[in-house]
Design a protein around this ligand. Structure first.
Ligand SMILES: *[C@@H]1O[C@H](CO)[C@@H](O)[C@H](O)[C@H]1NC(C)=O
Length: 219
């Protein structure tokens, strides 16, 4: 009986540890604000260093980075502007950011994940198919029109695809100052240095020629 008690304690602790990890987005701020100084310099920290409080002005809580005129003449027919801590230093430690995405008809934000954030999408123009895959292999998707919202749970692989005949525009919000973006195909086939062909061939159950063919598009 006595032997089992550490085991029981462990079983009781594990769910609470897992829950506290699972519910963590960015760390909570421990001051009103911590306007980022760019660049880091030689010091790094979890987030960015703060500029001196007395030097903070209204402009630190403002950004026009989402107003950028976006051209979409690339192979995906898509472009985005970001209001995250890289372009909006006042977001440092606040755990939130936004982006604006423009997609041509047929344009796609290719399969990707954000390792540090859930993403809420608000469509302002056009018709967008969006979908994600959960860890149990289920695929969830929806076609959204203007004014409608969708959410991608944190870390799950997802995409957006313009199924309409006009330009589509979406505004997205993340519960992270810097959600991170890992595009599936470039990450696997265009990394530096590259993942060995044999690993990719075995991973995708294809031959190495096929791997080289895909790699050549992301090199
Ligand atoms: C996105 O739009 C900007 C502004 O027009 C442009 O400089 C940039 O090259 C575009 N990016 C892509 C991937 O097309």
């Amino acid at each position: 009986m006595e032997k089992s008690s550490p085991c029981i304690l462990f079983l009781l602790l594990v769910p609470s540890i897992l829950f506290s990890l699972a519910s963590a987005a960015d760390a909570d701020p421990i001051q009103d604000f911590c306007v980022a100084t760019h660049p880091y310099g030689s010091l790094t920290t979890n987030g960015y260093l703060c500029k001196p409080n007395a030097a903070v002005t209204s402009d630190d809580f403002f950004s026009s980075s989402l107003t950028a005129e976006l051209t979409t003449d690339n192979s995906y027919g898509v472009n985005a502007s970001f209001a995250d801590v890289r372009f909006f230093p006042g977001l440092n430690t606040l755990g939130i950011s936004m982006a604006r995405v423009v997609l041509d008809p047929g344009g796609v934000v290719p399969a990707h994940t954000h390792p540090r954030a859930s993403e809420m999408v608000f469509v302002t123009e056009g018709l967008l198919l969006m979908g994600f895959v959960a860890t149990d292999g289920r695929y969830f998707s929806k076609v959204l029109g203007a004014g409608e919202v969708f959410v991608f749970p944190r870390g799950l692989m997802h995409f957006q695809y313009n199924v309409g005949t006009k330009k589509a525009v979406e505004i997205v919000a993340y519960n992270s100052q810097l959600p991170g973006l890992l595009l599936a195909a470039p990450a696997l086939f265009g990394s530096t240095p590259t993942i060995p062909d044999v690993v990719l061939a075995k991973s995708f159950l294809v031959d190495r020629k096929t791997v080289d063919n895909i790699k050549s598009k992301f090199g």
